[in-house]
Design a binder for this molecule. Structure first.
Ligand code: SAH
Length: 213
């Protein structure tokens, strides 16, 4: 598990690409500049780790494209100590970005293989989520609600109600909504009953799957 000058140089180039694509949040860019993305991927993909592309991880899933991670994280507006819920832990890369920003992170994954692998891997790199959960993200995490931010990293066919209801007042839900193609959507909770909705560009995610249990 090495991070070399070569990797650091490639990361700086990736950050330059993200800036060119419109990412401005300095803290998000700094997090991406320090997190060794190549270590979150299978070794055969090492050469690709710092291209702005999504790549396969275990269990037919993907590590999100860096631009997508940056875009979603920027929309969340994370501040240190904010309680954040992530749906779709996957490789743990997005989880690591949230940890790096100082958030108190809860993350849910429905694939046991990925849950186990990432639970072992993240602490090795020094990223300590408050809790990694094996479960169904459609339900959110009622016991720890309300959250300052909720980020969904799989394509949701609809907006799960529990995620909206588990937002703090002023809290933000960032969720790609759609079947084949998803519209990045931001909900801001204005009051108990009112939500402001903003829509951004189109993205492509692996699907948010409902548990059959
Ligand atoms: N943040 C991850 C993205 C992985 S892809 C990364 O950057 O690596 C999306 C992940 O969402 C997959 O790991 C998939 O198994 C998971 N997922 C899909 N449906 C889910 C659900 N209902 N609850 C929790 N996780 C889910």
């Amino acid at each position: 598990m090495k991070d070399t000058f070569k990797h650091q140089g490639l990361r700086q180039k990736l950050v330059d690409i993200l800036i060119a694509k419109g990412i401005t949040d300095k803290n998000v860019l700094a997090a991406i500049n320090t997190i060794p993305r190549h270590l979150f991927m299978d070794s055969s993909f090492l050469d690709h780790a710092y291209q702005d592309k999504a790549f396969p991880i275990a269990a037919d899933q993907t590590i999100s494209q860096p631009y997508t991670v940056a875009f979603q994280t920027e929309l969340l507006q994370v501040k240190p100590k904010d309680k954040i819920l992530e749906i779709g832990t996957g490789s743990g890369y997005q989880t690591a970005v949230l940890c790096k920003l100082g958030a108190t992170v809860y993350s849910i994954e429905r694939q046991l293989e990925l849950f186990k692998k990432t639970s072992k891997f993240l602490p090795k790199l020094g990223f300590r989520a408050k809790q990694l959960i094996f479960g169904d993200g459609y339900k959110g995490l009622k016991t720890e609600a309300p959250f300052k931010g909720i980020i969904v990293t799989a394509g949701a066919p609809f907006v799960p109600k529990p995620l909206l209801s588990q937002l703090a007042i002023g809290g933000r839900l960032v969720i790609p909504v759609g079947d084949e193609v998803q519209t990045m959507t931001l909900f801001i909770r204005k009051s108990e009953k009112e939500f402001e909705k903003h829509e951004f560009g189109e993205f492509r995610f692996v699907p948010l799957l409902e548990d059959k249990n």
